[in-house]
Design a binder for this molecule. Sequence first.
Ligand code: 5GP
Length: 180
Amino acid sequence: MEKITLHDKTFRPFIPSARIEEAIDKVADEVNRDFEGGETVPMVLCVLNGAIMFTAELLKRLKFNCELVSIKLSSYQGTHSTGTVLNLLGLTGDVRGRTVIICEDIVDTGNTIIALRDMLLDKGACDVRICTMLMKPDVYDKPVKLDYVGIEIPNAFIVGYGLDYNELGRNYRDIYVLDE
Ligand code: 5GP
């Protein structure tokens, strides 16, 4: 694997796609364990654009009936979180009385996921689960437990597998870290 350049920055290989897929297998097993054979038809919520690859891969592995909805949020500009979560595209379905499994690419401070969780509960969802491909345990500072976590990573800025640096880098199958 070689380094990649996006805009003005260089990124070096960090997590190979095989390791990512292994993590998604593990997460899918956990989600299946909780929902397979149950009565509920959960809504899988893809947080655009970053979680698009993760959500697609996770969906392929789910063995129970579920619906897919999406939403577009943003709290990141360049390589840092702004702290303010913007709702750029409204939720594409009605969550009243439903179980919602939020699919996120990465949880950093947790501002985005907690704002989204609160918004869903506010809109009447009866159960909200958080499922994230990656998380940064050194930065996450919210009292809410993350239900399903793929891989924990140190506090670094990464791209690839759906994650971008100013919109570039989403298409790579491996994950890269900022080469400083
Ligand atoms: P939080 O609100 O938890 O601080 O940040 C979550 C959002 O920020 C993620 O959905 C993602 O869009 C973005 N983000 C956080 N860390 C990274 C990172 O290392 N790389 C990229 N590309 N985006 C990140």
